[in-house]
Design a protein around this ligand. Structure first.
Ligand SMILES: Cc1ncc(COP(=O)(O)O)c(C=O)c1O
Length: 318
């Protein structure tokens, strides 16, 4: 890319292998402290796994609603942690509607994005860490794969609070929101100069975390991107997978396709000279590629023939 100061913040190392652990760790801890017993969530996938794990550790019930075509890893991790999982033939928006309709009757506390106050507090740690890791001088730009946008909103909030505390100065990174070409409501609103997005019809992408057709906090994302003089891009699935694999090949970091999308977006921004070669740029890889077997399997076809697994023969007792 010709970049000299390009960094990746690899969130695949979090418990449950995505950045969703940050928000749900905080939300579940506070829910337990405040007396909730049953937690419910609509999820694009990784938030479900994180809720399931933290709820298990806290001894709380987790009720999870997610699209039936989420990555198998998200289904397995949720089931393994003892969550009550309902797969919905639809999108996260349909899951959210069902949780909203049933929560009162079922006695669930809803931990949907931005409907309780603590997930965003947990996500703020991404902002604290990046400040600390760059010695309290924020980078020139941050690329973030944006679904519901809580990570970006959380970092933006963390920066304002750190400035108020006197920990950092007034300089802010350009905030770059990256979405998938098959579901890019925020990019479209950014390009159209609108304050909020419109529901994206027929959302589809292998970056399952980005399959959010309408984010509750879209206007906050757009505000932060504009205030920071940032940008909003959309990246095709092909380009996201290509960039994810390039990162794995060159750096040994196997990124979620959401992270791959940010790598591809960074390349575009260097090529268009939106970034200068000596800018300090941070890419958030929000999850591990190991959770996306279905998406990456399309690149490494393996024969499904059972031949290789057959027994060499049957040996009977004499
Ligand atoms: C790996 C990954 N990246 C990015 C996102 C988008 O996160 P947010 O909804 O906070 O924008 C998700 C959401 O599920 C995700 O799982």
């Amino acid at each position: 890319m010709g970049a000299t100061r390009l960094f990746i913040k690899d969130e695949g190392h979090n418990p449950t292998h995505s950045f969703k652990a940050r928000g749900l760790c905080c939300a579940v801890s506070m829910a337990k402290k405040l007396g909730a017993k049953k937690l419910a969530i609509p999820s694009a996938g990784n938030a479900a796994g994180a809720l399931a794990a933290y709820a298990a550790a806290a001894g709380l019930e987790a009720h999870i609603f997610m699209p039936s075509d989420v990555p198998q890893s998200n289904y397995l991790e949720s089931m393994a942690s003892g969550a009550h999982v309902t797969l919905i033939n639809g999108l996260i928006s349909d899951c959210g509607r069902i949780v909203g309709e049933r929560k009162q009757g079922e006695g669930w506390f809803e931990v949907s994005t931005l409907k309780e106050p603590y997930r965003i507090e947990g996500k703020k740690t991404m902002g604290y860490e990046v400040a600390e890791q760059f010695n309290w001088k924020l980078p020139d730009a941050i690329l973030y794969p944006c679904g519901g946008g809580v990570g970006l909103i959380g970092m933006w909030k963390a920066f304002a609070e750190m400035e108020a505390l006197g920990w950092i100065g007034p300089e802010r990174p350009k905030m770059i929101s990256v979405q998938a070409a098959g579901c890019a409501p925020i990019t479209r609103a950014f390009e159209a100069g609108q304050p909020a997005s419109e529901f994206w019809q027929n959302a589809h992408t292998v970056s399952s975390g980005l399959r959010v057709p309408k984010a509750l906090g879209d206007f906050l994302v757009l505000q932060a991107v504009r205030e920071s003089k940032g940008a909003a891009l959309s990246i095709t699935d092909e380009a996201s997978l290509d960039a994810g694999l390039e990162l794995a090949r060159l750096e040994g970091i196997f990124a979620a396709p959401e992270g791959g999308a940010c790598v591809a977006a960074a390349r575009q921004l260097y090529q268009s000279a939106f970034f200068q070669p000596d800018d300090t740029v941070v890419i958030y890889n929000t999850g591990s590629g190991a959770k996306y077997a279905e998406a990456y399997s399309s690149r490494f076809f393996r024969s499904q023939s059972a031949e290789q697994d057959k027994l060499g023969g049957l040996i009977l007792p004499r």
